[in-house]
Design a protein around this ligand. Structure first.
Ligand code: UDP
Length: 455
């Protein structure tokens, strides 16, 4: 880049403030703060408006200004058990406090360039319009997943949605191949009609926005991007990820994981984690435990308190389960996932295919076993196994014999080797896109220019 041009750009951005509004859930807050860091590095000043629920720690981000708003959620409402209800409450209870906060910020600070809100906060589109403030959307999920959500009305018109007992699960959705009816996003709990409504609303407010930012990169999501551009030819789209390259080590880092991994052979460990929200039954938990044990493969398993319905933590495991494995299995409540995935001993990731986990696995070149639970995880599992071909999808009921066979296929057999080779090739592409001249780096510069074009 021409240095004089770069100085000029920084001089302009320095005077400009961006207001960011994250959803207070781990998989949304962390990438939004990372996006804030990236934009700060381009010279913008940053204000984060956040709910009282799960508020970020300002001392970890001394360069940002933080403004808290009351979210009015009771303790039971704030639980992510019914995620659709939670999203609905965010979009009703936060409206007034957000408006007041934004109004006071705009009166104090004349140089606000735009609002960047999480896609879930769809109400912010009309608020931004009322203040004549440009609104960009940060979609924390994948572009491919979003492309599916944005087709929800069409999918209902064509009879694919709602998915009922009469639907043919294996039938391909002709409009969005290779997805089948069973790959369409569903929710584990709550009202499917409300899920449909909120997805349609979010998609329509993204379409009305000034642009949408994704934590992804072009080479990975060519298909998703093509679908989106066909549907919204005028909507500016900025794939500027993967963000986590810029991240510092987590303060909750669990060194026991790394010490244990250090004792294992290269590429021998299967890492198992289903993220921060997904839950399983007691019976599934036991099948997983026996499947891992019988696979004879070393495993690192994150059992989050709350992962198993009706259980505190490991009390369901048979007596001396871990002792009998002689150190071959290690179970933790939380793992420093990115460090784990980049550890040389890790050879596979059994994941629920949350977008962050999927992207982290792609960036570490670790092949996946896909066990999607809800939302766009089914879409991602299908893409991982059939489009990018960097994983195996676990399709059936959770059962120990099948788990054992799937782990062996990934870790020991020829098919697994081919999947591993493709994963490593994709990792190489992920590693160059954020470097100067790479596709994400170019899109980030385009985003900065676009924000400044509203002056
Ligand atoms: N995570 C982690 N350690 C754990 C479990 C999860 O660091 O033990 C992180 C993981 O690296 C990812 C995020 O939590 O960045 C989970 O986000 P994802 O989108 O994969 O799933 P969600 O929790 O939103 O379903």
């Amino acid at each position: 880049m021409n240095p004089s041009k770069s100085i000029k750009m920084e001089e302009i951005t320095k005077r400009k403030r961006l207001i960011l509004f994250p959803i207070p859930l781990e998989g949304h807050m962390n990438p939004m703060l990372k996006l804030a860091d990236l934009l700060y590095s381009k010279g913008f000043s940053i204000t984060i408006i956040h709910t009282q629920l799960n508020s970020p720690n300002p001392s970890l981000h001394p360069h940002f200004t933080f403004r808290s708003i009351p979210d009015g959620l009771s303790e039971s409402e704030a639980s992510p058990k019914d995620i659709v209800l939670l999203f609905y409450l965010f979009n009703t209870k936060c409206v007034q406090p957000f408006k007041e906060c934004l109004s006071s910020l705009l009166s104090e600070e004349p140089e606000v360039a735009c609002l960047i809100s999480d896609a879930i906060f769809h109400f912010t589109q009309s608020v931004a319009e009322s203040f004549k403030l440009p609104r960009f959307v940060f979609e924390t999920g994948s572009m491919t997943g979003y492309a599916v959500f944005s087709h929800f009305s069409l999918l209902r018109e064509k009879g694919y949605l709602p998915v009922t007992q009469d639907s043919q699960p294996g039938k391909v959705v002709t409009e969005l191949p290779p997805l089948r009816i069973k790959d369409l996003p569903v929710i584990p709990k709550g009202d499917p009609e409300k899920f449909f409504e909120i997805c349609v609303l979010i998609a329509s407010k993204i379409a009305a926005s000034d642009g949408v930012i994704f934590n992804t990169f072009k080479d990975l999501e060519e298909q998703g991007m093509a679908i989106l551009q066909k549907q919204y030819p005028d909507l500016p789209v900025f794939p500027i990820g993967p963000f986590h390259d810029y991240e510092e080590a987590s303060s909750t880092s669990n060194q026991s994981c790394i010490s244990w991994l250090n004792t294992r052979a290269p590429k021998s460990v299967i890492y198992v984690s289903f993220g921060t929200i997904a839950a399983i039954t007691k019976a599934q938990f036991l099948e997983i435990a026996w499947g891992l044990s019988n696979s004879n493969q070393p495993f690192l398993w994150v059992v989050r308190p709350g992962l198993v319905h009706g259980s505190d933590w490991l009390e369901l495991l048979p007596n001396r389960f871990l002792e009998n494995l002689n150190g071959r299995g290690h179970i933790v409540k939380w793992a420093p996932q990115k460090e784990v995935l980049s550890h040389p001993s890790v050879g596979g990731f059994w994941t629920h295919n949350g977008w962050n986990s999927t992207l982290e696995s792609v960036c570490a070149g670790v092949p996946m076993i896909c066990f999607p639970c809800f939302g766009d995880q089914m879409v991602l599992a299908r893409y991982v196994s059939k489009v990018w071909k960097i994983g195996l999808q676990y399709e059936n009921e959770i059962e120990r014999g099948e788990i054992e066979a799937t782990i062996r296929k990934l870790m020991e057999e020829k098919e697994g080797e081919e999947i591993r080779d493709r994963s490593l090739k994709l990792m190489e592409k992920a590693n160059v896109c954020c470097k100067p001249g790479g596709s994400s780096s170019q899109c980030l510069d385009a985003l900065v220019k676009h924000i400044l074009s509203y002056e």
